[in-house]
Design a protein around this ligand. Structure first.
Ligand code: NAG
Ligand code: NAG
Ligand code: NAG
Ligand code: NAG
Ligand code: NAG
Ligand code: CA
Length: 527
């Protein structure tokens, strides 16, 4: 009986479907214990957890109230948008409500009354959490789909943005890109960013309302048309570089660049029929938990993985304190079918008591010293416990010892510094004349030219003489007739051949004046 229970429990992960559970209590010949598996949360309707921002300010219709027409009925402009009237307002939140049967609720922009200035709008969706897309993104437009738009994504909470897909009724004209279809992509191009014309042509505003970002078609390249062969997809996600990240986002942005035109050119006499109206944005995905959690909950306004395997963090992206004897790793879909949990291990459990602060997976016993030491410390660390920074790096004072960013490169200026090392606050040791934390500046009275050199001339002590001018502290540019570092020397004096009897009256205005002054003084004395 006990054996049967154990067998049942053991089979549980298979019975529940792939990667649904993180651990199970199993009985083996050695007694009962936990067994761990790679696991991931279920896919969810992500629009329920999103925050939205619509730009620019004033793009939402209704303030002031405005009439609009439709392409079906362009001269019957009886519809009105009025932000102050709940029945006639079209705020952004109507893109995310549940659409009951019947009338659609939608966000609507102002009309294109400023034509020919372009009518531009950005709709930015933010989750403050990495999401892995598991199905198509579907955007529903009432009154016609844009003739030009773009989808962008961010992987770092909106700090940087990347194009995700281009949409236009003429890709060449709008983006100088050839039109392609996701269905025609191959295994090597599954993560290509392309321009499609499938969702931008006029087909009547009631007929074709949706614009898609095709996730399923891309999955189907590996998993087959009905997504039956998910094992193949998971294997590819694990091995193909950049493929997993391609389906991962923290933010999405729709850049609406030109509204529906009703299948013809822009009719200037009736601009009230051009605008954007979005009734729904469907995003299906799961929290990215690095295969260390099968639950993701909405807490304090953000999605959060319920981490297992002794990991922690919003995405289970690091090991819990006291479980850092090897460096953190994401779980893996491989080997099929249960994957590898790659759990974090308690300090002391694996290798005696050797803490490596998560910078090494291996310890080794050094016989003649009788110590256990970490091997191949990563992240630019070194030492028995990977607790020091390698030469040429210094300690990041705002990072804990187990942080990947714990060591910062010194980055000493190669020319200005003595060597590539720095002190604990990142200061490099400078050669004579150089200064600054990285030795890439010069002290006063030095100039930079492949290193710091003492000034040859300046405006204070090392003045160029005889009317010479100082060029970038490097040399005096002397007037004709003078030479020397500070133009202090007359060419005649140096080379008597160049001068004749008139040489006594030579020199700059200064010397002449001095001579005249001397003569005057003598005259004065004679009197
Ligand atoms: C939309 O976002 C892009 C960056 O993704 C920005 O360059 C552009 O100015 C924005 N447009 C509007 C209308 O806010
Ligand atoms: C984003 O999520 C993190 C982690 O859950 C949280 O600390 C932070 O306050 C959130 N930021 C916003 C703007 O919601
Ligand atoms: C995590 O740590 C607990 C002890 O706090 C231990 O019982 C459990 O087996 C560990 N889990 C994994 C996956 O190592
Ligand atoms: C120092 O560590 C913090 C925390 O991990 C990190 O945010 C920061 O970027 C690091 N500084 C540098 C210069 O790498
Ligand atoms: C590092 O060098 C700078 C400049 O010489 C100095 O101001 C700083 O105190 C030094 N820091 C340490 C920890 O020695
Ligand atoms: Ca709606």
């Amino acid at each position: 009986m006990l054996y049967l229970v154990a067998l049942l429990l053991h089979c549980l992960p298979l019975a529940m479907g792939q990667y649904d559970i993180c651990k199970s209590w199993v009985t083996t010949d050695d007694g009962p214990s936990w067994e761990f598996y790679a696991c991931q949360p279920k896919a969810m309707r992500m629009k329920d957890y999103v925050t939205v921002r619509v730009d620019p300010a004033g793009i939402t219709c209704g303030d002031p109230p405005e009439r609009f027409c439709t392409h079906e009925n362009p001269y019957l402009c009886s519809d009105e948008c009025d932000a102050s009237n709940p029945d006639l307002a079209h705020p952004p939140k109507l893109m995310f409500d549940s659409e009951d049967e019947g009338l659609a609720t939608y966000w609507q922009s102002v009309t294109w009354r400023r034509y020919p200035e372009p009518l531009l709008a950005n709709i930015t969706l933010s989750w403050n959490k990495s999401i892995e897309l598991t199905d198509d993104i579907v955007i529903t437009f009432e009154y016609g789909r844009p003739t030009i738009m773009m989808l962008e994504k961010s992987l770092d909470n909106g700090r940087t943005w990347h194009p995700y897909q281009y949409y236009a009724d003429d890709c060449m004209e709008a983006f100088s890109m050839p039109a392609r279809r996701v269905r025609d992509l191959s295994t090597t191009s599954a993560n290509r960013v392309l321009c499609t014309e499938e969702y931008s042509r006029w087909a009547g505003s009631k007929k074709e309302k949706t614009v898609r970002f095709e996730v399923r078609d891309r999955f189907a390249i590996f998993a087959g048309p009905d997504l039956k062969n998910m094992d193949n997809l998971y294997t590819r996600l694990e091995s193909a570089k950049g493929l997993k990240d391609f389906f991962t986002v923290t933010d999405l942005r729709m850049r609406l660049l030109r509204p529906a035109l009703g299948g013809t050119y822009v009719q200037r006499e009736n601009l009230y029929k051009y605008f954007y109206a979005v009734s729904n944005i469907e995003v299906t995905g799961r929290c990215k938990c690095n295969l260390h959690a099968n639950l993701c909950t909405f807490k304090e306004g953000s999605l959060q993985c319920e981490c297992e395997h002794n990991t922690t963090g919003q995405d289970c992206g690091k090991c819990k304190k006291n479980f850092r004897s090897r460096s953190w790793r994401a779980g893996s879909y491989l080997p099929l079918p249960n994957g590898s949990p790659n759990a974090c291990a308690a300090a002391g459990s694996a290798f005696g008591n050797c803490e490596c602060y998560g910078h090494s997976n291996r310890c080794s016993y050094i016989d003649f010293l009788n110590v256990v030491t970490c091997v191949s410390c990563k992240h630019n660390t070194r030492g028995q416990h990977c607790q020091h920074c390698r030469l040429g790096f210094y300690r990041n004072s705002s990072a804990e010892l187990d942080d990947e960013n714990v060591c910062i490169e010194c980055n000493c200026n190669q020319i200005g510094s003595m060597h590539d090392r720095c002190n604990e606050t990142g200061y490099c040791e400078c050669k004579e004349g150089a200064t600054g934390p990285k030795c890439d500046d010069c002290l006063p009275n030095y100039y930079w030219r492949q290193g710091c050199f003492p000034n040859v001339c300046d405006d204070e002590l090392l003045l160029c003489q005889n009317g010479g001018t100082c060029y970038q502290n490097q040399r005096c540019i002397c007037p004709v007739g003078f030479k020397g570092v500070l133009c202090q020397q007359s060419r005649c004096e140096a080379d008597k051949k160049d001068c004749d009897g008139a040489s006594s009256a030579r020199g700059s205005l200064g010397t002449i004046l001095l001579g005249v002054l001397a003569l005057l003084l003598r005259g004065w004395v004679d009197l």
